[in-house]
Design a protein around this ligand. Structure first.
Ligand code: MN
Length: 521
């Protein structure tokens, strides 16, 4: 009989630590519900002591999301562990995940302790966590660079102290598949009580090996893989859930290992995470990239027509990729909209449906056909709109040739009206192009610190001649760099809204920074 491994998703904890990927509480909850539909065994919902917002988000996930075990991260300090427990305890099944660095460099340079002191910290933390909760995971941070004998001693001691899962993370993405498989296999040989815990792996993708290393750990005997949707996470990211799950499924003949993942929910999870974090998926990304199932070369297309299996090792429907069918038009009613949004993973209250329908009618007036991609953008805009934030009321732009023979040129001018609270504010400005003119006017109204535009991108995100354009901007005020994203059938409107979205996010991040920053694993 094939072995079943545990899928531990950390999209909401490690994934949210991606630079610029902060999620609102409602977005975290929506992702957690989707992870439950996807069938992950464990959701790591956050790092409760890191901020009051994170504590609240983990608490709500524990209260409202049913099915998976809900876990929270904590350092080895008692108050961290207690705070983690207080947030996760509402879930029917909950887990405390505590960690400490075990490599010499982490022990000496980061923790400034001796090996014996760290050993005691690990054992004490696990013992205290077990006094609160039966399900305790311990992570030996940076384990793949740790002294192996020391790692064996730590693993044995934390299992003796009650750890039910022991994670061997490649925190810095340094290992290779061969080394990982051997490390796990040797732990199984040398740690006498190892069969009393599940051994886990948590790989980072700094060398592009996170999925390969995780699969190697499974071959070595690991029973849990920690991963994120789309592979998001610190630096180059984490092991990607969809890659590991689809490899095990596609090569069942080789691995003889199963997961509990309901794979047709993968695409929905991927789109939701990419929409909410603003991190687009690269087109050639394995499994969930836009081109992953596209066949371009004529000879491949010919083969596909004869038999799909000539060039296709997985079926698109296995990951929930259905053709982007024309779904709705102007005459579609509220009921049709609700049905389609439910299919896309959005459960709306009646008030939210009213708001969504208003926005839908506006799009349907401008576009003949409304596609799934349009609806996803609509929902993202709606969830993104919050009280106390700037919003665009209206704008107008005059623009034309900015370089012409003979020297006669247009001076781009933009008039912008923004609103925050009750009173609308208007300003007009010139610029060296229409977008520059709009941004200069917005800067004047917002009157914050001087903003630097780090990056500006424009792309088409839906199908057809009347497609929606999406603008993605990155801005920095010298202290914090963040992003904004918006979509519209008018690219100038998308550009203005994306900039305002980034300014709003910057305000939220400054608020958060005041409440104390998280430590990262
Ligand atoms: Mn990590």
């Amino acid at each position: 009989m094939s072995r079943r491994i545990v899928i531990f998703d950390t999209t909401l904890r490690d994934g949210e630590q991606s630079p610029g990927a902060s999620l609102s509480e409602d977005q975290k909850l929506a992702i957690a519900h989707q992870l439950a539909a996807l069938g992950v065994d464990i959701i790591e919902a956050g790092f409760p002591i890191s901020s009051p917002e994170d504590f609240r988000a983990v608490t709500r996930v524990a209260q409202e999301v049913h099915g998976p075990v809900i876990a929270g991260l904590s350092r080895t300090r008692k108050e961290d562990i207690q705070s983690c427990y207080d947030a996760v305890k509402h879930a029917e099944r909950h887990r405390i995940h505590t960690f400490v660095g075990t490599s010499n460099i982490h022990i000496e340079k980061k923790l400034r302790k001796t090996k014996d002191q760290v050993f005691e910290m690990a054992v004490e933390a696990v013992r205290f966590a077990r006094s609160l909760c039966d399900d305790v995971e311990f992570s030996a941070e940076d384990a793949l660079r740790a002294d192996f004998d020391y790692l064996c001693r730590v693993v044995e001691a934390v299992i003796a102290a009650g750890a039910t899962t022991v994670n061997i993370p490649d925190t810095v993405g340094y290992t290779t598949p061969w080394e990982m498989e051997r490390t796990i296999a040797q732990l199984f040989e040398l740690v006498p009580n190892i069969d009393r815990a599940v051994i886990s792996t948590h790989c980072h993708n700094d060398l592009g090996l996170a999925s390969a290393n995780s699969l190697a750990a499974v071959r070595g005997g690991a029973g849990q893989v920690e991963c994120t949707i789309n592979g998001i996470g610190e630096r180059a990211g984490n092991c990607s859930l969809e890659e590991v799950v689809m490899t095990l499924r596609t090569r069942q003949d080789y691995f003889d290992i199963e997961t509990g993942i309901n794979t047709p929910q993968i695409m929905k999870a991927s789109r939701m995470v990419s929409n909410f974090t603003g991190h687009s998926v690269q087109p050639n990304k394995a499994i969930v990239g836009a081109n992953a199932f596209a066949h371009e070369a004529g000879i491949h297309q010919h083969g596909m027509i004869m038999d799909r299996q000539t060039y296709e090792i997985m079926k698109p429907e296995d990951i929930g990729l259905t053709e982007s069918v024309l779904t709705l038009g102007r005459r579609s009613g509220r009921h049709g909209l609700r049905q389609r949004l439910t299919d896309l993973g959005y459960d709306l209250t009646d008030a939210q449906l009213d708001e969504a329908y208003k926005r839908f009618v506006t799009i349907a007036d401008r576009k003949k056909e409304v596609y799934d991609e349009d609806l996803e953008l609509l929902m993202r805009d709606m969830i993104g709109a919050q009280a106390g934030m700037w919003s665009l009321q209206r704008f107008q732009v005059t623009s034309g040739s900015v370089e012409a023979e003979g020297g006669a040129v247009t001076i781009p001018v933009a008039a912008v009206e923004l609103k925050r609270g009750e009173k609308p504010m208007t300003y007009a400005s010139t610029g060296n192009g229409p977008v520059h003119a709009i941004y200069t006017a917005i800067d004047h109204i917002v009157k914050g610190k001087k903003l630097r535009l780090v990056d500006y991108q424009l792309r088409s995100v839906s199908v057809g001649e009347d497609a929606i354009g999406e603008a993605i901007v990155r801005i920095s005020d010298g202290e914090i760099e963040t992003w904004g994203k918006a979509a519209s059938t008018d690219v100038l409107e998308a550009s203005a809204k994306a900039y305002i979205n980034a300014i709003n996010r910057l305000m939220v991040l400054h608020q958060r920074a005041k409440n104390g920053a998280a430590e990262h694993m």
